[in-house]
Design a binder for this molecule. Structure first.
Ligand SMILES: C[S@@+](CC[C@H](N)C(=O)[O-])C[C@H]1O[C@@H](n2cnc3c(N)ncnc32)[C@H](O)[C@@H]1O
Ligand code: SF4
Length: 352
């Protein structure tokens, strides 16, 4: 469901712009519709008041909690059912953050990501994205929303931008605390600067080498790493918040000195933060995370060579592996392919 459909429904019930704004504000903040000092009968038209219990029930039905998996770091992975029975994952993050899903599945098919394994099943509507926030807020305070759950936001841009606009206004979330995470797409760089709410941007880079990046992210738009960083830098300067680069560290694949040199070449002096995230093991995908000392050494080296770098652990990894794994487990056991590591790759290529 789109937020626009909800607005039209409220207008058909006689809502003025003020009434509409109030109903949306109560919803996105997980507040009961009759909360506050003013009685609804003094404020809302009768038709809307009469319909409000059904509207409230329909909104609650957009995202319901199927299961919750608390982690040791204060995070919790939520398996969330949408109203057609499809499921997505949201993650309650430490420090009042929430990670939401924008698609059921994903067409990009990154070889290390469980979400991309089965392709795109359906888009998540803008109201369903906001409903994940309302659900989380019914459990905890949320002041930051990252679009880093299942799906590629750039492939569902209208819904994601509609959700961002509501979250950044009625939802009361600071614009730089809305983080749009993408593999990079020209449409993102065109649309994001134009919106009334301009979110922060995270770019999933993973390699500075175009050919390897294409192998790892097989159906990402063909934008070379150098161009991606140039586009990111322009957005960072326009918004005043740094670009966050995401780098899933895969042992023997993108953790070598060649990549460190590449990162320094691309990011030194840029308005950017590099987030190194050791791979979250997904059984059967055939990748491994580098040893902790190696990951720490990579982050230290980058930092000493002038690239602001943070070594992150993805939240909830003690609960379930990577994003999409919770859903995959609830749906099937699924067969997966393994990608050869550095050194094995030439030998593994088919002859001819
Ligand atoms: C799940 S994606 C969703 C947002 C968007 N599609 C993207 O790729 O930026 C968010 C981040 O999770 C990372 N990721 C996916 N699977 C992972 C895994 N198994 N371990 C660590 N990071 C992973 C991706 O590389 C990406 O940076
Ligand atoms: S990492 Fe992001 S773009 Fe790649 S398959 Fe997973 S959700 Fe899609």
């Amino acid at each position: 469901m789109r937020i626009l459909d909800l607005r039209l429904r409220l207008r058909a019930l006689g809502a003025s712009p003020d009434h509409e704004a109030r109903v949306l504000r109560q919803w996105v903040n997980a507040q009961p519709q009759d909360a506050g000092k003013r009685r609804l009968s003094d404020f809302l038209p009768l038709a809307l008041r009469n319909a409000l219990p059904q509207v409230t029930a329909d909104l609650a039905g957009l995202a319901t909690l199927q299961s919750e998996h608390p982690g040791e770091d204060g995070s919790a992975r939520l398996l969330v059912a949408l109203n057609d029975g499809q499921t997505v994952e949201s993650v309650l993050l430490p420090r009042d953050g929430l990670c939401v899903s924008t698609q059921v599945g994903c067409a990009v098919g990154c070889v290390f990501c469980m979400t991309g394994r089965d392709g795109l099943l359906r888009q998540v509507g803008s109201a369903e994205i906001v409903a994940q926030v309302a659900l989380a807020r019914s459990k905890r305070f949320v002041k930051k929303v990252v679009f880093m759950g299942m799906g590629e936001p750039a492939h569902n841009l209208d819904n994601v931008m509609e959700a961002i606009d509501l979250l950044g206004t009625a939802g009361g979330i600071g614009h730089k605390n809305l983080v749009f995470s993408t593999v990079g797409d020209h449409r993102v760089f065109e649309r994001l600067p134009q919106g009334p709410v301009r979110p922060a941007l995270a770019l999933s880079l993973h390699s500075t080498k175009d050919a390897l990046r294409r192998e790892l992210l097989p159906r990402a738009p063909r934008i070379a790493p150098d161009e991606l960083v140039e586009l990111g830098e322009r957005y960072a300067r326009a918004t005043g918040y740094p670009i966050q680069y995401q780098w899933t560290l895969l042992d023997g694949i993108n953790d070598g000195d060649d990549e460190i040199d590449g990162i320094v070449r691309l990011l030194k002096g840029k308005y950017a933060l590099m987030n190194m995230i050791p791979y979250n093991t997904n059984e059967g995908l055939g990748f491994a995370r580098p040893a902790p000392e190696k990951a720490a050494a990579i982050a230290r080296t980058l930092q000493s060579r002038g690239v602001l770098t943070k070594l992150r652990q993805s939240a909830g990894q003690d609960v379930e592996g990577g994003c999409g794994q919770l859903r995959a487990r609830s749906v099937d056991g699924g067969a997966v392919v393994r990608m050869p590591r550095r050194g094995e790759r030439a030998a593994a290529r088919p002859a001819g």
